[in-house]
Design a binder for this molecule. Structure first.
Ligand code: HEM
Length: 509
């Protein structure tokens, strides 16, 4: 399916109406736009659900066994605490959607667990930066390639612990090979016509399975780490709780490794394109790079006891310019058809949508709406780092020491990179921390100079990067060009103007 062509037709059709209906085989599909319609579709209710679409994903991407698939398909009680009407008698252990949702929201989204993962991520990523550069020397780097390898490596180690990478040399490459064939598996021709994508999936799943086996064999459930937030075998508490639930509820080994593999895919598929695009913007604009660096230096703290310098992730998340750059990058490069199914009839702009009808909202339509996001001299289609900054009346940028505030330039329903409702992305808190940390660590640690645009294979390109059309409609869209840069590592950052922190860093503030 050509999602780019579909998107272009959909945008045209939605020019005239907020609701456009078409048929996909026997199904009625309703494309929606407009704040209220999207809020309705992504609301907290058992009337409009994502489960039927997820079943398709479980079958193809997760490779669930038919028995395990039947457990989810048969559970109509929904994800919410309150079972859907008519499902009140379903025993708790058979509420598969709710159990999974509970683990997501408890161990992935809550600040305690996401911050622990973020700290581990910073530790692993710092080690990767050190391994790939020499202090005080200029090194040539293909930025997208670098981020794809090293950010993914560090995020996997933070989520699942380092052993998965030791047990499976080339695991990160396997995960990207899987990323490459995901849309084919979901929407492409059947397996008998081309077996390769399924072989790529199975190889990736098997590698993840080796991690699960080793973790189960080596983790002591009665030992001192039984309630720890992070340990080396399973990695994060989230991964451990997910593995435990899958085993306790009797899922097969095949389904268990599929679930974990999908988490790895979700972990990297969006954060890495978004981080890469944000870095491209910062490097293209040296003044912006410097402004972000100055701002980020405020988030370094020194541990009074150990003298160790580290980034305070919470503080990082409050820096206005950095937040604005992050929001703007997500706004521009997220392209997903959010999909739901009607479980109980609903009325949308006078149309009655029956049970079984499919609803879709296209993130790009909301994110690029000129009326919502456009500002004089800054059309909605263009990146503008200052779009989400607000200055006190009378004080404009450049007015000596004026600190702006971060604010959402559009309305909440016009910005849905993480979806919404019960199936909103559970990784959103960690994703933000991970992206901000990566940007912060690079801008404070390196001097970076643009060298040239290249194609993804490293050959010269005569143009800058665009969104890679292959990924439009599927998630955060990666660039179709790499950026060759040279960077110089200044080593340990943390020196804030005049060394307030008492460091002897060579970092030029
Ligand atoms: C910039 C980064 C990210 C973006 C833009 C993003 C976006 C999304 C979106 C749009 C959905 C579907 C939501 C819906 O249907 O309403 C989703 C689901 C999901 N995301 Fe993320 N995501 C990001 C990072 C992450 C990370 C780091 C993880 C961590 C493992 C993660 C794990 C998941 C999972 C497990 C689901 C499925 C949730 C469910 O079915 O209940 N995501 N994400």
């Amino acid at each position: 399916m050509n999602l780019e062509a579909f998107l272009a037709r959909a945008v045209k059709a939605l020019d005239h109406s907020n609701v456009v209906q078409f048929r996909l085989g026997p199904r009625r599909v309703y494309l929606l736009k407009g704040l209220q319609n999207i809020q309705l579709m992504l609301g907290q209710s058992n009337d409009i659900v994502s489960e039927p679409f997820m079943i398709m994903i479980f079958q193809n991407m997760w490779n669930f066994t038919p028995e395990d698939l039947a457990k989810f398909a048969g559970d109509k009680s929904g994800r919410l605490q309150q079972p859907a009407a008519g499902s009140e008698a379903v025993p708790d252990h058979q509420r598969y959607w709710h159990s999974m949702h509970h683990i997501y929201s408890e161990y992935m989204t809550k600040a305690r667990y996401s911050s622990r993962m973020a700290d581990k991520y910073a530790e692993f990523f710092s080690t990767q930066l050190t391994a790939h550069s020499t202090v005080d020397e200029w090194t040539s780097v293909s930025l997208f390639g670098f981020i794809k390898q090293n950010m993914a490596y560090s995020a996997v180690a933070a989520l699942l612990g380092p052993h998965i990478l030791e047990l499976n040399p080339g695991y990160v490459d396997k995960s990207w090979a899987f990323d490459d064939i995901v849309m084919y598996i979901l929407y492409g021709p059947p397996k008998w016509m081309n077996r390769r994508p399924w072989a790529v999936r199975d190889e990736f799943h098997a590698a993840t399975g080796r991690y699960l086996e080793a973790a189960w064999a080596n983790f002591d459930w009665d030992g001192p780490e039984a309630a720890s937030d992070w340990e080396e075998h399973f990695g994060s508490r989230f991964a451990r709780e997910l593995a435990r639930w899958v085993r306790d509820d009797g899922f097969s080994k095949q389904s268990a490794q599929g679930i974990m593999s999908l988490i790895v895919f979700a972990l990297n598929a969006n954060t890495i394109p978004i981080t890469t695009w944000a870095l491209y913007e910062l490097i293209k604009d040296p003044a912006l790079f410097q402004e972000v660096k100055t701002e980020v230096l405020q988030a370094y703290t020194v541990d009074a006891a150990t003298g160790e310098r580290r980034i305070d992730v919470q503080k990082l998340g409050t820096l206005p310019l950095l937040q604005s750059v992050y929001t703007e990058t997500l706004r521009i490069h997220m392209s997903l058809n959010l999909t739901r199914e009607v479980n109980n009839p609903v009325v949308v702009e006078g149309y009655k949508l029956r049970k079984g009808a499919v609803m879709q909202a296209i993130t790009q339509l909301a994110h690029l709406d000129e009326a919502t996001w456009g500002r004089e001299g800054h059309p909605a289609s263009e990146f503008w780092a200052g779009r989400h900054l607000k200055y006190a009346p009378g004080l404009e940028k450049g007015g000596g020491g004026v600190v702006p505030e971060f604010f959402m330039a559009g309305k909440a329903g016009s910005f849905v990179p993480f979806g919404g409702g019960p199936s909103i992305c559970p990784g959103r808190v960690f994703a933000r921390q991970e992206i901000l940390l990566t940007l912060a660590m690079i801008v404070t640690r390196f001097d970076v100079e643009f060298v040239a645009w290249t194609k993804l294979d490293g050959s010269p390109s005569d143009r800058p990067a665009h969104d890679d059309p292959k990924y439009i409609g599927s998630a955060a869209v990666p660039p179709d060009r790499d950026m060759k840069v040279r960077w110089k590592d200044f080593g340990d950052p943390g020196c804030v103007a005049g060394s307030e922190l008492g460091c002897e860093s060579r970092l030029r503030c």
